[in-house]
Design a protein around this ligand. Structure first.
Ligand SMILES: O=C(O)CCC(=O)C(=O)O
Ligand SMILES: [Fe+2]
Length: 304
């Protein structure tokens, strides 16, 4: 068969040719493989940083604009020790972060409310709080009641629009939490303490200034079932340090504050956390907390 050797010859030469072509291709593949391995390695070491207290993963970087990030984790047994409210008490637990529900402008307006209120008082140590519900305001080594202390003058400091914005922000955060955990927004109630915080690097003067201790909100505050934080300043721009840290058994997971960023989580020991010490600048945030127990619910703050 004349065609045989001819075909074979062609096959041979085309095999040779394709081997010849494959060699540089394999070279490219090898280079691409090495490059992507290096990139993946780089990315991993960028998001998992080794620290003295183990491995740290950044859940939300300051520079990111996160639509929606939610991580489900198993619930602790903490909720069993309390009366259960079906349709609200966490059966699904976890943590979420979003930059999409509060705008930067709204957060700046809210921060100005915090600045105005806190300028009337302030702790001698590094952590001051202002609770618009109870009126509690840090002053020196204690707290005063802002509404009692300033009486009618408070209307020169806060306006009806300030309180309306606060209510609207609270409502949107509540809806986001309800959606993430599959519960009805109307089955959750705002609870206390819900407060503004202002943190700088002044040395602590009383235990109230020691914001950096690891804690479980449900243990610390009792009524909390869902905790949320609205950040009012920017990590690395307005202040250094001050990252929020979830302390899991295997690693720490941090959230870098960003103005308008909302982080939220179930308040039991599945979400043990702390705040890193602020090294420079001023960090503003609001802790907005929710309970499933209507007896522990509070109303939105109103101008006296
Ligand atoms: O400001 C923060 O990032 C967290 C505050 C906190 O843990 C709390 O208020 O319980
Ligand atoms: Fe907390």
């Amino acid at each position: 068969m004349a065609a045989g050797p001819d075909r074979g010859g062609r096959r041979h030469s085309s095999a040779k040719k394709s081997r010849g072509q494959q060699e540089p291709r394999w070279g490219w593949l090898k280079a691409a493989f090495l490059l992507s391995a290096a990139a993946i390695g780089g990315l991993l070491s960028w998001s998992y940083l080794g620290t003295e207290d183990g491995v740290t993963e950044v859940l939300a970087r300051h520079s990111e604009n996160l639509q929606d990030k939610f991580i489900e984790i198993p619930c602790s047994e903490d909720y069993d020790g309390h009366k259960r409210f079906e349709g609200c008490t966490p059966r699904k637990c976890g943590r979420g972060v979003t930059d999409a529900i509060i705008t930067r402008e709204e957060a700046e307006r809210i921060r100005r409310i915090a600045e105005r209120g806190l300028s009337l008082g302030g702790s001698d140590g590094g952590a001051s709080i202002l609770d618009l519900h109870s009126g509690a305001l840090s002053l020196g080594k204690h707290f005063v009641n802002l509404y009692r202390y300033f009486g009618d003058k408070i209307q020169d400091i806060f306006t009806e629009e300030d309180f309306a914005l606060y209510r609207d922000v609270r409502r949107r955060v509540q809806q986001r939490i309800a959606q993430a955990f599959g519960i009805h927004s109307a089955s959750m109630y705002l609870t206390k303490p819900t407060f503004f915080s202002r943190i700088n690097n002044t040395e602590a003067k009383t235990t109230h200034d020691e914001y950096w201790h690891p804690h479980v909100d449900k243990v610390t505050y009792g009524s909390f079932d869902y905790t949320s934080l609205l950040y009012l300043s920017d990590y690395a721009e307005d202040f250094g340090g001050g990252q929020f840290v979830f302390m899991d058994a295997s690693s720490n997971k941090t959230i870098e504050p960003r103005i308008g960023r909302v982080s939220f989580f179930t308040s039991g020991s599945e979400n043990l956390h702390r705040v890193e010490k602020v090294h420079w600048g001023t960090r503003y945030a609001i802790t907005i907390s929710f309970t499933c127990n209507p007896d522990h619910g509070i109303g939105d703050p109103v101008l006296p």
